[in-house]
Design a protein. Structure first.
Lengths: 223, 223
């Protein structure tokens, strides 16, 4: 007797094997790895660049950059002084664990405290593919609107932290974004999630995020 | 001898059959149908609501709304006075032509001049699935950054028109967005595309978009 497995499921199973392998490598070396997911232009790279600059000397950060095309983001990360490996998916809308596995081999993981994976800009598909990370971090910018958790629930349900970015624009231009409504919708999906309203541009609210990162790195290290 | 066809290709072929059927129905009835594609929160629904209000009495508009979950968008469209049919993809990151085929049956197409399909908020996947539309319209808001055409080229290469939305935020908050850089990158991908810098909120630049819509409806009607 054979079990019927759909092709979609087979792809997910193959991905999960690589994800398991990645998570074992990270666990053995006691490294925190965070998978950042958001729409294009929510500010993932800008958040990373500021975080790398501010935590220099405290935490050694490496970044795996996922983009459909270009090396723009890896170049920005390297300019900030962190190790970066670029993956170009050539059309694919999310990263796969096998790609991350290859990227981990190219990063000097032993030398790092924290590895960020910046996924392809897409609020939908990346949420379905585990990469072996220790946790997901969702980013939503206020200019995208407060109805996004209701409309795209998966990523908000699965993330350990949510960065609400571009709060400087909230005040400057009177964007229609009700923080209370958004938070209430997110809490319905995920009671444990940490929510950080920030501006990666002005730096507002970033201290709380840094504190959470340092604490999380420590927890994994002590293991 | 069998031709080898990958599963991904089979899905695309099944989709193309429905897309062809949709395009035939639209051609027979001489109706313009535009497939709007953007990231979540770029302003697709707000653009549609304003367009419906402004063109009331001139063009009869119907909307097929694609979302993963909720009927928020269809309710906004109906409140503006246009016919709307909501498709919930329940997790899928793009609309399929078969879903649009069902929605066209539920819309009173004969009574309309223009049918908009508002695709799921995703700058990547929807670009790969033809729905039988007469043309694609991409929406990019200035707060997403001017590097998006280089990083997500497919939708910019395939669209008839590009709406650069939220130009009110460009001036109000000094967003880092170089219109010239973005336009140059888009033109490398697509020489024919019409580019409309707009603010769906303030109404700035919308007249040109309305003119293009009215002209395009006329061209399809005269056939």
């Amino acid at each position: 007797m054979y079990k019927k497995v759909s092709v979609g499921k087979k792809i997910l199973i193959a991905n999960e094997e690589y994800a398991l392998k990645n998570s074992q490598i990270l666990a053995e070396q006691k490294k925190l790895c965070l998978n950042m997911i958001s729409s294009p232009g929510s500010g993932k790279t800008t958040i990373l660049v500021r975080t790398i600059n501010e935590l220099k000397g405290e935490i050694k950060i490496g970044v795996i950059e996922g983009d459909i095309q270009t090396e723009i983001d890896a170049e920005r990360i390297k300019a900030a002084g962190a190790a970066a490996v670029q993956i170009n998916t050539e059309g694919a809308c999310h990263l796969l664990a096998a790609q991350v596995s290859g990227a981990l081999e190219r990063l000097d993981v032993g030398e790092l405290d924290l590895i960020f994976i910046e996924n392809v800009g897409n609020l939908v598909c990346p949420a379905a593919f585990e990469l072996g990370e220790g946790g997901k971090v969702a980013v939503l910018s206020v200019v995208e609107g407060d109805d996004k958790p209701a409309k795209y629930p998966a990523i908000f349900a699965k993330s350990k932290a949510l960065l609400i970015n571009k709060i400087d624009l909230l005040e400057a231009a009177g964007v229609d974004f009700c923080m209370e409504r958004m938070e209430a919708d997110v809490r319905k999906l995920n009671k444990e999630i940490k929510i950080f309203p920030i501006s990666a541009k002005s730096g507002e609210g970033m201290e709380e995020w840094y504190r959470w990162l340092k604490e999380s790195v420590k927890v994994v290290k002590v293991g």
